[in-house]
Design a protein around this ligand. Structure first.
Ligand SMILES: C[S@@+](CC[C@H](N)C(=O)[O-])C[C@H]1O[C@@H](n2cnc3c(N)ncnc32)[C@H](O)[C@@H]1O
Length: 259
């Protein structure tokens, strides 16, 4: 915890990225990944295989855009090298691990970019006396200046709204979490569809809470009716007992969709 706090303090990032919790969450993912390595590995490997299989299915590709690349734990970098001339690895926060892994590999471009185009205007709303929530940009430009042959939305669509409603209370503002969740997820889908290329979405479908081997709760991770049935799915033991809670295991049911 102290290490995470110091890292947050010493990492340079725009004010809204720090204050809305994006940087803290990226640092926390690094730490969680290290603590839960054994539990996370099957999910990370399945995600990499799913991406590599999709690239192989589509054949030779010039450009791949990845959204939510983060620490690149679930990105099959070596296999992407075989398939594409340019891979744009996008995340709102790019940390040292991703820079190190892509160092000297010119076809792997790290792009620090808010794919919702909403974080900055939202932070301005949070820190102003204005009580009117800015509108969510419903058609964000996800091209990153390219015309990709494959777009991959990597484990972020279910999480896009969290920093927004998460920071509202902190700043004494009111917003409707479910509405933001639906709007931001829908806007992301709009942006992906507008690219006019094959799209692979990997995302949580639902979260399941287990205690003593019994399911005790279950909640959907995506807004209702946002996506049809995934073409494949698997489980991610995201917080084995001892991680988020002493006695409860938290598992994510993860799916893959093609658009
Ligand atoms: C669950 S992580 C995905 C795992 C990631 N591929 C990895 O290996 O670390 C979700 C990622 O989405 C990113 N993210 C969240 N909101 C974003 C936004 N508005 N724009 C771009 N990236 C965002 C987070 O910073 C985080 O790295």
């Amino acid at each position: 915890m102290i290490q995470e706090f110091l890292r947050h303090l010493l990492t340079a990032a725009p004010e809204h990225i720090k204050k809305m919790g994006y940087l803290a969450e990226s640092i926390a993912i690094d730490a969680r990944q290290a603590r839960c390595k054994a539990a996370w590995t099957p999910h990370l490997e399945t995600t990499k295989d799913t991406i590599a299989d999709e690239c192989a299915r589509l054949g030779s590709l010039d450009t791949i855009n990845v959204y939510g690349a983060g620490g690149l734990y679930d990105v099959p970098l070596e296999r992407l090298n075989l398939h594409a001339a340019t891979v744009n690895l996008t995340d709102i926060v790019v940390l040292k691990r991703a820079r190190k892994l892509t160092q000297g590999l010119d076809h792997l471009r790290l792009v620090e970019h808010d794919i919702t185009e909403y974080a900055k205007p939202f932070y301005e709303f949070l820190t102003s006396s204005n009580s009117r929530l800015p509108d969510v940009p419903m058609h964000p430009d996800l091209s990153l200046g390219y015309k990709p042959d494959l777009a991959i939305s990597l484990n972020l669509i279910s999480q896009l709204a969290i920093p927004f409603y998460g920071s509202c209370e902190k700043y004494g503002k009111t917003c409707k979490p479910e509405k933001l969740h639906r709007l931001l997820a829908t806007a992301h889908l709009n942006g992906l569809k507008a690219l006019g290329c094959p799209v692979l979405i990997i995302a949580d479908i639902e979260r399941v809470y287990e205690e003593n081997g019994q399911e005790i709760d279950r909640e959907p991770a995506l807004p209702p009716d946002l996506l049809d049935m995934p073409y494949k799915s698997w489980w991610w033991d995201i917080a084995p007992k001892g991680e988020a809670n002493r006695t409860i295991n938290i598992r994510h049911h993860v799916g893959a969709w093609r658009l």
